[in-house]
Design a protein around this ligand. Structure first.
Ligand code: UDP
Ligand code: MG
Length: 319
């Protein structure tokens, strides 16, 4: 039986936490009794520097029930970092960890399917939303547009998958090798590799409290996703520069024709053609510089370049 950890980042969640804790402990206890999870399984709350009573609640739950654990971050570091902190804490003690939001938007009953897939041998199981009708039309459009844009930019992310997922211990160990500071877990997890599968679930409305992702945070999250996983925007500058340089030749021809047909004011031809040409060249150069910066960027991130999944004939020296 696997030791299952449920990792829940919480930021000012005092309103929903009592209900969340009630449902999760009930769920996990049920799984232990049904023989689906080991007795060592835990719920791990990560308090992301909340300013309300979240941590007091977590502490009380822990004291009342050994099935609940908690870690407290020294200050608010954002959802992704809080989640990472939780996963790295869980990694040491679990066989698999499931991350979910504190607000009960992710269907708690899907956990069984996650664990079932894990037992079938999957290292990563992605929770994918069936439909988004509980989100506002605005959130739905922006979110789906974002997934499509990321795909276009060449980042391998799972459509309509947020951070509701299961990771095995070795997938977590893989994750721990990614040392980047601009963390965008949805993009990194597929890079870890290993066998993966999907679980489909209905996304509910937030149980209580309000979203901790206002538009501003959402935008910067999306920006982070794009700039952490793609250097395509830099290439686009190069391409644009190239295009403008080519257009400048046409502009030059047009300017010369105007000059010879005496339709141009004196001096106009030289000014117009040089503006185009220089603009294009400048952008092209910027793009070239950008391409090198892009390379430096990926070198600095020092992501692991490969991961061995199986090694036949390996001699175990530790034994
Ligand atoms: N969260 C966090 N730190 C933050 C913001 C959010 O740990 O700075 C947590 C929050 O408590 C919740 C999860 O991240 O468990 C998702 O946040 P939320 O539900 O507000 O986002 P939404 O579902 O509206 O996108
Ligand atoms: Mg939410």
């Amino acid at each position: 039986m696997p030791i299952v950890y449920l990792v829940i980042p919480c930021y000012n969640e005092e309103k929903v936490l009592p209900e969340t804790n009630r449902r999760l402990t009930e769920k996990l206890r049920g799984m232990v009794q049904a023989g689906m999870a080991d007795e060592q399984s835990r719920i791990l709350y990560v308090d992301d520097g909340s300013r309300d009573k979240t941590w007091e609640l977590i502490r009380a739950y822990h004291e009342a029930d050994p099935m609940v654990r908690g870690v407290k971050l020294a200050h608010n570091r954002g959802h992704q970092n809080a989640l990472l902190a939780g996963l790295m804490t869980a990694m040491k003690d679990c066989d698999c960890a499931i991350s979910m939001d504190a607000d009960l938007q992710d269907d708690v009953d899907a956990i069984d399917q996650f664990v079932a897939k894990f037992l079938e041998g999957c290292d990563v199981v992605y929770g994918v939303r069936n439909k988004r009708d509980t989100d506002t039309a605005f959130k739905r459009c922006t979110a789906e547009g974002f997934y499509k844009f990321m795909k276009f930019l060449g980042a391998d992310i799972v459509f309509n998958h947020a951070d509701y997922r299961l990771m095995s211990r070795r997938a977590l160990e893989g994750l721990s090798e990614y040392r980047e500071v601009n963390l965008f877990l949805r993009g990194i997890v597929p890079l870890i590799g290993y066998r993966s599968d999907y679980v489909y679930y209905d996304r509910h409305e937030r149980f209580a409290g309000e979203s901790k992702y206002p538009l501003k945070k959402m935008l910067s999250f999306a920006m982070d996703g794009v700039t952490s996983f793609s250097v395509k925007p830099l290439k686009m500058i190069s391409n644009l520069g190239m295009l403008i340089s080519v257009l400048s030749v046409l502009g030059l021809i047009y300017a010369l024709i105007s000059y010879f047909t005496h339709n141009a004011v004196a001096g106009w031809t030289a000014i117009v053609s040089s503006i185009w040409l220089l603009g294009g060249l400048e952008m092209l150069c910027l793009g070239v510089v950008g391409t090198y910066i892009g390379k430096i960027y990926s070198e600095v991130k020092a992501r692991p370049r490969f991961r061995i999944e199986e090694n036949l004939g390996e001699t175990d020296k530790s034994a």
